[in-house]
Design a binder for this molecule. Structure first.
Ligand code: SF4
Ligand code: SF4
Length: 71
């Protein structure tokens, strides 16, 4: 399990790093990086903290893609 990361949106602010209870997030070259993605419990705390829509945890927001494929 892991988060989906849109690196284009990451400003490297670091706000999400301390939100991960498992300390899986770090910065590499001023961009967020998720170490050990298999350890992620998809709690969604990192995604909720990011103000730049960089992180997406689908299981934490199960309705996020509802209606994407409907007219
Ligand atoms: S993912 Fe969001 S909160 Fe985390 S460093 Fe990048 S811009 Fe900041
Ligand atoms: S979803 Fe939760 S466990 Fe996974 S990286 Fe984000 S804060 Fe950490």
């Amino acid at each position: 399990m892991s988060v989906t990361i849109n690196l284009m949106n990451c400003t490297g602010c670091g706000d999400c790093l301390s939100e991960c209870p498992l300390e899986l997030l770090t910065l590499v070259d001023s961009k967020v990086f998720q170490a050990e993605p298999e350890e992620c419990v998809e709690c969604g705390r990192c995604a909720d903290t990011c103000e730049h829509q960089t992180l997406c945890v689908e299981s934490a927001h199960p309705t996020a893609y509802t209606h994407v494929w409907s007219d």
